[in-house]
Design a protein around this ligand. Structure first.
Ligand SMILES: *Cc1c(COP(=O)(O)O)cnc(C)c1O
Length: 426
């Protein structure tokens, strides 16, 4: 064995060991692809053997700026060396500027900082209920919140309680009452479900985890009109679609719609920290009084500094416009593949789903084959390959990803039918 070969063998063993440690000591609540990453730079990730992968998933859109963006790392390290966590028991010099930037870029009146996306949605639920009791005068304990079928808003017990995905709920009840779901993309169904006790409708402008589901054109506008007419809060969950991902600052902007409440997360932390926020119009946010709600880490100066730097970067580099242009290009290139295994290509901006015909392969099998081609992404809902790279991706890198998918699909053609059946079961 050469020295290089011996080093590679040692590295491979280390990778196996890292996976074994996770398997032995962790909870098995994920099924990661068998790759052990130890470095990221821009749109690329590297494994322990130094192999380079194009990141076409960007941590479910949390890494919109690419890995270790120098401006964000600088903001993080400078702030970490000065002041990181104080709790909200005191003011800091970082929170105000962060909230002001959040309100300015979204056009909302006020912002309440949290950490994870689920916490932002929980905050939205509390705000909506309190508004319903105090302003809309819904009888105490009777407020109802409507959600869309296929929603994904996180993993807390309240949130999985209104999920329509059986596995997300199975074994985790009893669930909080006060929620009902209506079909996504059907404005008439929403209107029919509204009662005098309805406080809010929480909806993703494009459903991410459900498989990148784009509603019919005009849906958000129709939802806006219905919510206004019935005095129901329209709350958009833009934890995944917000901050440039779909080609506009907010996915709502595509239809010129301003919601009454808005949740942001994922990319807000610049790919470095969990940073989320609930934003709302004045009379909704003003329902919170001291002691009503809070979070030890929410709005800490480190998170605020990074969040502010992320918002500035988003505007300075015009990443929303980039997402639109590059997304259009990616979509066109994917459609040009015109492979029979591709049932549909859908999405907006750089949030794209490729629906794979399961008689050819599972989306998981496609992702595993893509990994061997140096492209990392993750399937969603068994049949959809998600393509949501960092917004800083270049056109040539997009073409690399499409070429890799082309090779993966071509290899499927030469596999016997029986293999295809196996990969469906896998
Ligand atoms: C990911 C996601 C969440 C939950 O965010 P976490 O940070 O994982 O809690 C909420 N809503 C949407 C639309 C999401 O995509």
């Amino acid at each position: 064995m050469t020295t290089a070969a011996r080093a590679a063998a040692l590295q491979a063993r280390a990778a196996t060991h890292a996976i074994e440690l996770e398997n032995r000591h962790g909870a098995h609540n994920y099924q990661p692809l068998p790759v052990v990453l130890n470095r990221g730079a821009g749109v690329y990730l590297f494994d322990e053997q130094g192999r380079r992968y194009l990141d076409m998933m960007s941590a479910y859109s949390a890494v919109s700026f690419g890995h270790s963006h120098p401006a964000l790392v600088q903001a993080l390290t400078e702030q970490a060396g000065r002041l990181s966590v104080t709790s909200r028991a005191f003011h800091t010099d970082r929170l105000g500027p962060f909230l002001a930037a959040l309100c300015r870029v979204t056009g909302m009146a006020r912002a309440l900082p949290m950490n994870s996306g689920a916490e932002a949605v929980e905050t939205a639920i509390k705000a909506a209920r309190k508004w319903a009791y105090k302003v809309k005068r819904v009888p105490d304990g009777q407020a109802q919140i409507l959600v869309a079928e296929g929603n994904f808003a996180g993993r807390t017990t309240t949130i999985v309680g209104f999920s329509t995905e059986a596995q997300y709920r199975d074994g985790f009840g009893p669930f909080a009452p006060g929620f009902a779901s209506v079909p996504f993309g059907d404005a008439k169904a929403l209107e029919a479900a509204i009662t005098p006790h309805t406080a809010a409708f929480i909806v993703e402008p494009i459903q991410g985890e459900a498989g990148i589901v784009v509603p019919p054109a005009g849906y958000l506008k129709a939802v806006r009109d219905i919510c206004t007419r019935h005095n129901v809060l329209m709350i958009c969950d833009e934890v995944q679609t917000g901050l440039g991902r779909t080609g506009r600052m907010l996915a709502c902007d595509h239809e010129g719609v301003r919601p009454d409440g808005l949740t942001l997360g994922k990319a807000l932390g610049g790919g470095l920290l969990p940073v989320s926020a609930f934003l709302a119009r004045e009379d909704v946010m003003s329902q919170f009084t001291p002691g009503d709600h809070g979070s030890t880490f929410g709005g800490n100066p480190l998170a605020a500094a990074v969040g502010l730097a992320a918002l500035e970067l988003l505007e300075r580099e015009q990443l929303a416009r980039r997402a639109q242009e590059h997304g259009d290009h990616l979509m066109a290139q994917l459609r040009r593949l015109a492979h029979p295994a591709i049932k549909e290509v859908r999405g907006q901006g750089l949030l794209i789903g490729v629906e794979i015909d399961p008689s050819f392969a599972s989306a998981r099998a496609v992702c595993e084959a893509l990994m061997a081609e140096g492209v990392l992404t993750k399937d969603t809902h068994g049949t959809v390959v998600r393509l949501a790279p960092p917004l800083v991706i270049e056109r040539a890198q997009i073409d690399d990803a499409v070429a890799a998918l082309g090779r993966v699909l071509k290899a499927l053609d030469s596999r016997p039918r029986v293999c295809r059946a196996e990969s469906v079961a896998a």
